[in-house]
Write a protein that binds this ligand. Structure first.
Ligand code: ZN
Length: 135
């Protein structure tokens, strides 16, 4: 795995949190994107070399809605950049990690993504993400 690509934060209201994080980081978010398959609307901030992704639920029973019900707003996942997501999934499975998406799926921000079950990672939801390379 490579650097931390971004930190994902679950929020109740994206517009309220966009304003809050703009104040906190001193920059406006640079994009908003809806991932319908996940039932989320996301926004991204760039702060120096770091990226923050805010996630708001667009459905009542999606993964972010469930997370907010259980834990409230806060850090939802840590995403690591990988060069080759398929080989990284294979490596982690081989190490005994439970991969939630054995076939990587299209995530926000032009990425292929896969998540590891937090039960196997000390409660931390880990996202692998690989830039989708233009052919
Ligand atoms: Zn993410």
């Amino acid at each position: 795995m490579d650097k931390i690509e971004h930190i994902g934060i679950a929020v109740k209201d994206l517009s309220v949190s966009n304003a809050l994080f703009a104040k906190l980081l001193g920059v406006e978010h640079y994009k908003t994107e809806e991932v319908a398959s996940e039932g989320v609307r996301t926004s991204f901030f760039q702060s120096g070399p770091n990226k923050v992704e805010l996630l708001e639920s667009t459905t009542e029973d999606g993964p972010i809605a469930k997370f907010l019900d259980k834990k409230g707003e806060g850090i939802h996942h840590i995403a690591f950049a990988v060069d080759d997501i398929e080989s990284e999934i294979a490596r982690l499975k081989n190490e005994g990690f439970k991969v939630l998406n054995e076939v990587p799926k299209k995530g926000a921000d032009n990425k292929l993504v896969a998540f590891l079950h937090p039960r196997g990672t000390n409660g931390v939801l880990v996202e692998l993400c690989q830039e989708i390379k233009e052919v």
